[in-house]
Ligand binder design. Sequence first.
Ligand SMILES: NC(=O)c1ccc[n+]([C@@H]2O[C@H](COP(=O)([O-])OP(=O)(O)OC[C@H]3O[C@@H](n4cnc5c(N)ncnc54)[C@H](OP(=O)(O)O)[C@@H]3O)[C@@H](O)[C@H]2O)c1
Length: 306
Amino acid sequence: MAQAVRFDRYGDVDVLNVVEVPDPVAGPGQVVVQVVTAGINPGEGKIRNGSLHERWPAKFPSGQGSDLAGRVVAVGEGVSAVAVGDEVLGFTNERASQATQVVVPVEQIAPKPAELSWDVAGSLFVAGTTAFAAVRSVSPEAGDTVVVSGAAGGVGSLAVQLLRARDVTVIGIAGAGNHEWLRSLGVLPVAYGEGLADRIRVAAPDGVDAFIDLYGPDYVELAIELGVQPDRIDTIADFAAVAKYGVKAEGNGAADTIDVLSELADLVVAGTLRVPVAAVYPLAEVRAAYTELERGHTHGKIVLHP
Ligand SMILES: NC(=O)c1ccc[n+]([C@@H]2O[C@H](COP(=O)([O-])OP(=O)(O)OC[C@H]3O[C@@H](n4cnc5c(N)ncnc54)[C@H](OP(=O)(O)O)[C@@H]3O)[C@@H](O)[C@H]2O)c1
């Protein structure tokens, strides 16, 4: 038997359980991966607690998780691109990666570069592809000034580096504890809270060209107030502002391909992209992992070890 995270009603972290499930079987075009690492993401918590019910309802009993890395243990009919024993990273769209084994279409996995750590390989998909999409959506040009809210979180820590790689001046909104780390990347850190607009104006005397909101309430309005054009504002967390101001909402769904994931993995191996791993938990401690994530101040990624 395999083990997998399951919940059968909306609720707090205590609805999460690790249960025994039948070993998954690889159908045509699929592989079974023995999961070594599986990242966790705030969106999964919002699906679990029901707050995304209108947008992304859960079907019960529900599994959880998209990010994964592991070893191929079975291949289905017609699969020739990978073999049993291969080390891979990838994703599932079935809310299923937080398990000892998961079945995925072969086109959703790629070889894991040997130099890429398991923790990064298994937590790169959602945050990485989201950061990639958000950065692309605001069309950053060398010399631009771009503000990022939530700049040191799972998505933000990657978005600011992708922007710096394009010779953009990056202003990162973050708590004081993350300012030194942001400075080490060449990002200008500013603290959130009262007086933020003035702090940004001081940090960007020639104005702000684009704004990436990775946090939510009030940041899109702030971007408008700073004079940023709506087509150069992207939010992944404030969908009401999208309807109200006509700004962009490009996130994971705009770049959720294995090619983008592989490109990001290559950037990590090349040293262009650093993925901070804040904490790792065994699968059995999935509730504790989400409790830490849902405090809302994670620096980088939290990873499960099934
Ligand atoms: N639509 C999509 O495709 C998509 C995809 C992925 C994520 N998301 C959403 O995007 C958001 C970020 O995801 P994540 O994985 O990066 O989350 P995360 O790793 O939990 O990071 C949260 C960040 O929020 C920051 N923060 C806390 N209070 C803040 C405030 N008042 N102002 C600005 N920043 C503040 C924290 O910074 P400090 O530690 O510095 O306080 C922390 O870095 C979540 O809401 C998630 O659900 C959407």
